[in-house]
Design a protein around this ligand. Structure first.
Ligand code: SER
Length: 585
């Protein structure tokens, strides 16, 4: 079965069981730059898991494009991927354990034809925060899973939360037995020898965790996630995702082009290229910070491995074409954005080659210095500096050092590198946490203020002043919009005045659900080019603003306080940025 067939079977199965198919949210979370990438199907659904009403109802299903970068350095082995597709189904206060498990079991055994003997499941063992999940175990027994294929584990294995705070709960995970010999007599699903592969995770999300501990959510939800690449590999009896149709044509093309076949490098090129294409397609661009930096690293690492394979870099264009051809049935948006994707990747590759040349010059200076001093050891700090300041990859430093008969102080470098990695890992976890958990009174108020600002800008500057991006923290709002030149002081004063007038008028904020067509007809503003489901929510603020949005918002504008613009600056070509605060008086 091909990946696309598994995806279609999944969506159709859940559709037949009362679920609405919703579109994949973009990889780059809309209006939420505090999160690096969409990392799970549940992420765009957080407000609804917390009790907000979803316009499509209480049963949803989708395929979600995801990027997880914590394991970026592991890519090249036989399982880690940075981009993957997660199939998911959700109950928003609708069905719970029994129905969820019955559907998962039926889908795996009947739709995908997996023999029951191949399946093992794990359930939560219980602790001081939540009881042992006997209910799930009983559902599995009833479905037909034998007792010795049911395991209980603690929070480390059978509890799911995104980051440190947010909606969470015990989960039950399904494992596929590859048929390999057990690694020991203790071999079981929690073991990562490769015999058991996790294929699906059903989270029974009925808790909310914050720094004070656990509380019960308003509703009991189900959140499931099934990794498509992994399932495709298992059903096709393949050893790695690179052997499936998702990657095999690129792996073969790379093999044709290289004399020095290094399978790990081919995998890294194929994987990072796919990931980069998907990120660029959803609006990501290389830069030195946050998600732009992740994209930069992916493209650089890919370029390095193309060099390692001794593939002429002018062939990259053809490799991208082939990759898009291979994936366009699953992701038609790749074909639509082909020229942008190619331009961004090739330009970044060219920049990186310059960096490498620059780094090589610095390296040569170091070599000359050492030779003059009659030394033959490059200390770890110097290697790290080449990496951090010039972006010069340590393995290249190592290769060049070897050529010159020099050694490098690996331990010291590793120590510095680990510290650096730890810092950036903490940074991205922090971001993920921030994006999900920080939905409180302050951010909700900024959200409503953003709608007022958007409309006020259109009144003062003209209808072209459309939203390009938005970022909200508890401290301020940031709003990017189309405008060709600097906004004058007078215009900013006028915008501020209009927003404050609407706050004084204490306008009521109401929400209606309608189709996208109806929303357009009603005059609502919003990001129409985004993909929405069949129904959208339209938030109306008195007679002033009407905007498509997922919410939540305050109930009336009087609670916002005084609106003050702090800064106006350029964001990118033709796009301006405003930062503003709400001051409680
Ligand atoms: N949120 C859970 C996961 O990512 C299930 O979708 O595994």
């Amino acid at each position: 079965m091909k990946a696309i067939d598994i995806r279609n079977k999944y969506l159709n199965y859940f559709k037949a069981h009362g679920h609405k198919i919703i579109p994949s949210a973009p990889l780059i979370p809309e209006n939420d730059p505090s999160v690096l990438f969409t990392t799970a199907g549940m992420q765009p659904l957080v407000p609804y898991l917390l009790g907000e009403k979803h316009p499509e109802g209480t049963r949803l299903t989708d395929y979600q494009k995801c990027v997880r970068t914590v394991d970026i350095d592991e890519v090249g082995d036989n399982r880690h991927l940075t981009f993957f597709e997660m199939l998911g189904n959700w109950s928003l206060g609708d069905y719970f354990k029994e129905e969820s498990i019955a559907m998962s079991f039926e889908f795996l055994t009947k739709e995908l034809g997996i023999p029951v003997e191949r399946l093992s499941v794990t359930c939560f063992a219980g602790d001081e925060n939540a009881p042992k999940d006997e209910v799930s175990a009983e559902c599995w027994r009833k479905a037909g899973i034998p007792e010795d294929h049911i395991y209980f584990y603690g929070k480390d294995d059978n509890w799911w939360i995104a980051g440190e705070e947010g909606p969470c709960g015990p989960d039950t995970e399904m494992f596929y037995d590859t048929g390999k010999e057990p690694c020991s007599h203790e071999c079981q699903p929690s073991c990562d020898c490769g015999k058991y592969v996790e294929i699906w995770n059903n989270v029974f999300m009925e808790y909310f965790k914050d720094k004070n501990g656990y509380t019960k959510l308003k509703q009991r939800n189900v959140d499931t996630g099934l990794g498509l690449e992994r399932m495709t590999m298992l059903l096709q009896g393949k050893e790695t995702p690179y052997d499936t149709e998702l990657f095999a044509p690129i792996m073969d093309l790379l093999k044709e082009k290289t004399k020095n076949d290094n399978i790990q490098s081919r995998r890294i090129v194929a994987e990072h290229l796919r990931s980069s294409m998907m990120i660029i397609c959803d609006g990501g661009r290389p830069s030195n910070i946050d998600r732009g930096y992740v994209l930069r690293r992916l493209i650089r690492r890919m370029t390095r491995h193309l060099r390692k394979l001794e593939i002429d870099l002018s062939e990259l264009s053809e490799i991208i074409d082939k990759n898009i051809d291979n994936l366009k049935e699953m992701y038609p948006e790749l074909e639509e954005n082909k020229s942008t994707i190619k331009n961004v990747i090739i330009e970044e590759k060219d920049k990186f080659i310059k960096t490498l040349e620059h780094g090589e010059r610095e390296f040569n200076k170091i070599v000359n210095r050492l030779k003059n001093e009659n030394k033959n050891l490059i200390d770890g700090k110097t290697v790290f500096k080449l990496y951090e300041t010039y972006g010069f990859p340590p393995e290249i430093t190592k290769d060049l050092a070897e050529e010159q008969g020099l050694e490098i102080q690996v331990d010291e470098f590793d120590k510095l590198f680990k510290e650096h990695q730890e810092k950036s890992r903490m940074g991205s976890e922090q971001k993920f946490k921030g994006g999900l958990a920080e939905q409180n009174e302050k951010t909700i108020a900024y959200h409503t203020a953003t709608h007022l600002l958007h409309k006020a800008l259109q009144i003062v500057l003209g209808e072209h002043a459309k939203q390009k991006g938005s970022n909200i923290t508890t401290e301020r709002l940031r709003f990017d919009f189309v405008h060709p030149e600097k906004v004058t002081k007078e215009q900013l004063d006028e915008v501020e005045k209009i927003v404050n007038e609407q706050i004084k008028r204490d306008l009521k904020v109401t929400c209606e659900e309608m189709t996208l067509e109806e929303a357009k007809k009603s005059g609502a503003i919003g990001l129409f080019e985004n993909k929405y489901g069949d129904k959208v929510k339209v938030y109306t603020i008195g007679d002033f603003s009407k905007e498509i949005c997922g919410g939540p918002h305050v109930e009336h504008t009087g609670v916002l306080g005084r609106f003050k613009i702090k800064k106006e600056e350029s964001s990118s070509a033709g796009v301006r940025r405003i930062k503003a605060v709400l001051i409680k008086e």
